[in-house]
Design a protein around this ligand. Structure first.
Ligand code: CA
Length: 235
């Protein structure tokens, strides 16, 4: 029997199946990759152009991104740069026909964790995806928040002014929920159900937003009138 954990914080990695954002415009290759990853037991979401990839990456949560470079609308590395600048730190494996050393260096410098040239060996691709997911799960998750970086495991926000602010378990759970999807507006009732499952008064959400603002500054959380809250603007 699993002991009840009242007030257990929301965590993003409770699902057994890893979620992968697959970004590939070549229809046949996209289909092949989708089938391969699904057969390995991953949940995939397919995006066929850069704009779509950016949208999915900003509004959904993934454990890894497999990213083509040459894409319609927005180039793969531009997608990655924009995701990183908005606080999305999901590890990415870039797949590209551009695979000389300078291309690889550019990919890694712009935020990719790994880079594989096309054509690639299927077993090698799957092994690299597994390695990416392992690293992701064992590494300490860091999330961008307004004015600093949030270390989820130690519940500490390191501000740009060099100060470390320690959060309570519930403050940390609320901040993580908001920061994992920095562009999403959350309804109070949804935050209540997801972050404070043992409470039934949405006022508890407002109380913890107040605590977060007190510790980290007013800009940390933005109020959306009549709806709820979202993370404050990431600079
Ligand atoms: Ca392509």
């Amino acid at each position: 029997m699993t002991p009840a954990r009242p007030g257990a914080p929301y965590t993003s990695s409770m699902s057994d199946r890893a979620r992968i954002l697959l970004v590939e415009d070549d229809v046949r290759l996209a289909q092949l990759l989708d089938q391969l990853l699904t057969a390995e037991g991953y949940d995939t979401v397919l995006a066929r152009d850069g704009q779509r990839a950016l949208h999915e990456g900003l509004t959904q949560q993934f454990d890894a991104i497999v990213l083509d470079r040459g894409l319609p609308v927005l180039e793969g590395l531009d997608v990655l740069t924009r995701l990183r600048s908005r606080g999305v730190l999901t590890p990415a494996l870039v797949l590209s026909a551009l695979s000389n050393p300078a291309d690889r260096v550019e990919g890694l410098d712009r935020g990719a964790e790994d880079y594989l040239g096309k054509p690639f060996d299927i077993d090698e691709l799957l092994a690299r995806v597994r390695a990416l997911l392992r690293r992701h799960r064992t590494s300490v998750p860091m999330v961008a928040v307004p004015g600093g970086t949030f270390d989820v495991a130690s519940r500490t926000v390191s501000t740009r002014t060099g100060q470390d602010v320690m959060l309570s378990e519930r403050e940390a759970a609320l901040l993580e929920r908001l920061a994992r999807r920095p562009n999403q507006v959350f309804e109070r009732e949804d935050l209540l159900a997801e972050v404070f499952p043992d409470a039934d008064d949405p006022g508890v959400v407002d109380t913890y937003v107040h605590y977060l603002r007190k510790k980290l500054g007013r800009q940390t959380v933005t109020t959306i009138r009549g709806i709820g809250y979202r993370l404050g603007a990431l600079s």
